[in-house]
Ligand binder design. Structure first.
Ligand SMILES: *Cc1c(COP(=O)(O)O)cnc(C)c1O
Length: 367
């Protein structure tokens, strides 16, 4: 690594002294995990920050999704309508629950599931919808809820990209039956590794608790079959410290994204996603779409930037439905728009601490 390289992301970290000071009490208590004091404190603070009624911390975002789906108690073999334009975790969580993903196309304007194509995929086997607020672009939550109510389906949002966002003034975790967040090191807010499930049914907390803690309810009592999905105290403290600074992190990202937006808007062949005015964004990602009018193909632009030490990412290519483990195994609509998007999308570097001068360097090459 020389000093000139620019990576697509970099983890936000609190000041060193702040974290070191915060973990000191652990050397007195020796209480390192198993729903300790800081686990509780982070749950309480996140409930408030995310503006959600209930929240359960998890060891990572993937287990949050897997266990949220499991806690719904859906019949094995049931079909789940979902998007292929996402991180592989979304599809894995469905399949690892013994459910069948049914892939729905996405919308060209923002990459979220195309709600107009959901009803056509519903059969007597459909049990749930798992949409993704991809890049923090918020799905059509009203229409998805209307469909779910009409057919009696559960809705579990993969909100891994949507930390701290709100829609029409309401925390994004308030939609559907549950929403999951990822606090992975590369996300807008991190606990090193971590995640959470947000929901409103208070009974759901206990079901998730049993799943994440082996079903243990007493020294000699195991009530159900569970796994280990607990967040440890070091991670919880990292979260508490990062939460103190998350607004600054988002503001930094906002300034970078606005610079990109302002300068790329008129560039022929570069298309940007639409942002709903009702959404308070977190500026987690800056995806662009490389259209035919652009002098280079997406892969050529990717290589050109890489040649200059700028590492962008082809998020999300290939579609999860096209990965070796899922290809041709599940039904779905012709994923025309999703396939087109996967071919054209490129995520540009955005992170807290990235200097504006580096953005200008990237912009000069792209333009
Ligand atoms: C990051 C991510 C996950 C998984 O979260 P981890 O914390 O890495 O386990 C799930 N879905 C999406 C869309 C993600 O980006």
């Amino acid at each position: 690594m020389n000093g000139d390289e620019i990576f697509v992301t970099r983890s936000s970290m609190p000041p060193y002294e702040e974290y070191i000071e915060a973990i000191k009490p652990l050397w007195d208590s020796h209480w390192l995990t198993n729903m300790g004091r800081y686990h509780q404190e982070l749950e309480d603070r996140l409930k408030e920050y995310l503006d959600v009624p209930e929240l359960s911390l998890m060891v990572n975002g993937h287990m949050a999704l897997e266990m949220a789906i499991q806690a719904m108690g859906l019949p094995k073999g049931g079909e789940v309508i979902t998007t292929p334009f996402t991180f592989i975790s979304t599809t894995h969580a469905i399949v690892r629950n013994g459910l069948k993903p049914v892939f729905c196309d996405v919308k060209p304007e923002d990459g979220t599931i195309d709600e107009r194509k959901i009803e056509g995929l519903i059969t007597e086997h459909t049990v749930a919808i798992v949409p993704v607020h991809v890049y923090g672009n918020v799905c059509n939550v009203e229409e998805i809820q209307r469909i779910a109510d009409k057919y009696g389906l559960k809705v579990i949002y993969d909100a891994a990209h949507a930390f701290g966002e709100s829609y029409e003034g309401k925390g994004i975790g308030n939609y559907g039956d549950a929403s999951i967040f990822s606090f992975h090191a590369t996300k807008v807010f991190n606990t090193i590794e971590g995640g959470a499930v947000a929901f409103s049914d208070p009974g759901f907390y206990e079901r998730l608790f049993n799943l994440k803690n082996f079903g243990i309810r007493g020294e000699e009592l195991v009530v159900s079959v569970g796994a280990n999905g607990k967040m440890n105290e070091f991670c919880a403290i990292m979260g508490l410290c990062n939460l103190n600074h998350v607004e600054e992190a988002i503001a930094w990202r906002k300034a970078l994204c606005e610079e990109y937006e302002g300068q790329l808007k008129g560039v022929p062949g570069i298309r940007l996603f639409e942002n709903k005015p009702e959404v308070k964004r977190n500026y987690g990602y800056f995806p662009i779409l490389v259209e035919d009018e652009y002098p280079l193909k997406r892969d050529e632009l990717y290589e050109k930037l890489k040649g200059q030490g700028i590492y962008t990412r082809k998020y999300f290519y290939p579609l999860t439905s096209d990965q070796a483990c899922f290809k041709n195994r599940y039904r779905g609509v012709r994923l025309e728009c999703a396939r087109e998007m996967a071919k054209r999308v490129l995520v540009l570097p955005v992170y807290e601490g990235l200097e504006m001068g580096k953005i200008e360097r990237i912009l000069k090459i792209v333009k």
